[in-house]
Design a binder for this molecule. Structure first.
Ligand code: F6R
Length: 609
């Protein structure tokens, strides 16, 4: 996702800003830029594409004397990844520049008001609107701090923002609301950034901003205020002991663990600007799809974890979205001469956007003149470019080879897609939308407990050579995903099955050495899963059961390990179960000393058949 860096100090700012942006590259971006005050004006240099293009461009500017500035790497949300949409953005009179991460949900309303008062915009972004609003508010305020706060109070959504003003060439303003932002406080210099690696070579002293806080930085002074009343706050300075590599992992032992633990943030980013409240009701905004006729049938095509996300969504797309769905593994679809009729559409799902089989399936669908919707994480990837319409999952770069947060973001997008199709047909599901909007908070509150329980169970079951994962309905897809994660990370043989299939063969394998991980969540199929568990227990099988309130019923049957999840909307329960499965596999592999982030024989992007 976007990256922010700001510097106010005694050294030339531009090399520091560029270095900081390089350290934020891992977040993914499609354009970049910097702004710095010089000679009573603000100079902005930006470029679409990689940082090297920005660096080449800056070489032609007189930037050596600037000792303050802001920089940004942008991952497109509002508007294409082109230079005019790259940050920083200037206000109407060009006297302030801002960079921004997140989405200002009510930007259109503010933009319309400003336009009516004569403002002209150079980009399609929500960020530029904020810059214009700050400039306008300054007329009623005695300081830039007040004007910055006043404009931010009107902005709804998640954001991290940094600003410079031409009349205060040595000051940076910054604010945070549900998007990461922190300060680095060195000797005679201060930084603001989305993440610690951006300035770790210069200072290890860090101040973590909280939501609703606003900061003013100068080279030898930093202050933090409450956004609401501009009361000065006293903040703690933390000293970071990690090295650069550990910092990129945010202090976690592995990228995989970091990526699992950041899923609440991923969900927030995914929902931001897409699930919005309008006139007291939830609205799903997927403008990318508005021009596409509603498909009479959707063919979902993907590989591995992305396939499992597609399978998980089938019931939702059919029952909520009202669209019949079939599903294919991409390597099968591409060779089976699929029947694609007029009015139907293909939905390809891919984190990397480069998976060879999925790309071939996309090309086949296009050859057959079937419209293709791409659900991708990596901006500008082949699948994103070749799809007729692309929905970005906005999970940020996934570095660990095993996919975790990408699946979570795919599940969010597929839930939104179901609600979107329902909305187009004049239906709504307020209960699900409510539950989805509070999911990030709910998930954050249970993740630490899930991690502890996963570690206990991993120690207990790590000697197993085989595992079954069972579930029904949407939990069948999660069972497949649980088994995939366990086998790829820990090299323990694991099979995911639809619980009802057990008696058609696999149950022959059950004995005291062959444990089963059952997804027995509270839904209309609970009692069916309960019967399947009874059959396993009757054959001396050991069972871990992921349960909610109905879990008590399984305790009475003698299930060895109940793993309790809180009660939730049945669709949302899947989002709580997913990290439990991921953490169990992670903890097992880590306990067994396996290379968690780079399991043997696997590649992050499977670009060959
Ligand atoms: C499993 C995993 C793979 C990928 C699969 C598809 O953890 O990462 O199964 O899901 O290779 O990759 P994408 O989604 O990039 O097309």
């Amino acid at each position: 996702m976007c990256g922010i860096i700001g510097y106010a100090g005694h050294r030339p700012a531009i090399p520091l800003l560029l270095e900081g942006l390089h350290h934020l590259e891992y977040r993914g971006y499609d354009s970049a830029g910097v702004a710095y005050p010089l000679g009573g004006k603000i100079q902005v240099v930006k470029s679409a594409g990689k940082l090297s293009l920005l660096e080449n461009k800056i070489a032609g500017y007189p930037a050596q004397l600037a000792t303050a500035g802001i920089g940004h790497t942008r991952w497109a949300t509002h508007g294409l990844p082109v230079e005019c949409n790259a940050h920083p953005h200037l206000s109407q009179n060009g006297r302030i520049a801002i960079v921004h991460n997140g989405i200002i949900e009510n930007f259109q309303e503010i933009k319309d008001e400003l336009a009516a008062r004569g403002h002209v915009f150079a980009s399609e972004t929500d960020t530029e609107v904020l810059a214009h609003l700050i400039e306008e508010d300054k007329a009623q305020c005695s300081s830039w701090l007040e004007a910055f706060a006043s404009a931010l109070k009107r902005a709804h959504g998640a954001y991290a923002v940094a600003m410079i003003a031409a009349d205060e060439p040595d000051v940076i303003y910054a604010a945070r609301m549900s998007a990461p932002l922190l300060l680095g406080t060195g000797t005679g210099e201060c930084f603001v950034a989305s993440d610690i690696p951006a300035f770790l070579s210069y200072t290890r002293d860090v101040v973590f901003l909280e939501d609703g806080e606003i900061a003013r930085l100068q080279k030898s002074r930093w202050e933090v205020f409450s956004l609401n009343d501009l009361k000065k706050l006293s903040k703690k300075v933390d000293h970071i002991a990690w090295d650069m590599q550990a910092a990129a992992k945010d202090g976690y032992r592995h990228f995989m663990l970091k990526e699992i633990m950041e899923q609440p943030r991923v969900i927030t980013d995914c929902l931001s600007g897409r699930l919005v409240r309008e006139g007291g009701a939830w609205k799903v905004r997927l403008p990318e799809l508005d021009a596409l006729p509603e498909p009479s049938h959707l063919h979902i095509v993907a590989c591995g974890t992305s396939y499992n996300a597609g399978l998980w969504s089938r019931n939702l797309l059919e029952n909520i979205g009202g669209i019949p769905v079939d599903l294919d593994i991409a390597s099968e679809f591409r060779y089976r001469a699929p029947l694609l009729r007029k009015g139907e559409a293909v939905l390809v799902i891919s984190q990397s956007g480069e998976t060879a089989d999925t790309l071939a399936a996309l090309r086949l669908a296009k050859e057959k003149e079937c419209p293709v919707i791409g659900l991708c994480n990596v901006v500008g990837s082949s699948i994103a470019r070749e799809s007729d319409v692309v929905l970005y999952t906005q999970a940020g770069p996934e570095i660990s080879v095993a996919s975790t947060k990408a699946m979570c973001s795919q599940m969010v997008m597929l839930t939104l897609l179901s609600l979107y199709f329902a909305q187009r047909a004049g239906r709504s599901d307020g209960e699900l939308a409510d539950a989805l909007s509070s999911l990030p908070e709910q998930l954050s509150s249970i993740l630490p407990g899930l991690k502890n329980r996963a570690e206990q169970l991993a120690v207990k079951y790590s000697a197993s050579r085989n595992f079954f994962y069972l579930g029904r309905g949407q939990c069948y897809a999660l069972a497949l995903e649980g088994a995939l994660k366990l086998k790829e990370l820990s090299y323990i043989h694991a099979e995911g099955y639809a619980s009802g299939e057990m008696k058609h063969g696999p149950i022959a394998l059950i004995d005291a050495q062959f444990p089963t991980f059952a997804l027995a969540l509270d839904n209309e199929l609970f009692y069916k899963v309960q019967s399947n568990i009874q059959e396993i227990l009757a054959r001396n099988g050991r069972v871990i059961a992921l349960v909610q309130a109905n879990g008590e019923k399984l305790a009475d049957l003698g299930v060895e390990d109940l793993w309790q999840l809180p009660q939730a909307h049945p669709v949302i329960s899947g989002f709580l179960a997913l990290p439990a499965l991921q953490l169990f596999s992670y903890a097992t592999a880590d306990y067994l000393g396996k290379d968690v982030d780079q399991p043997r024989n696997l590649a992050k992007s499977v670009t060959v058949e």
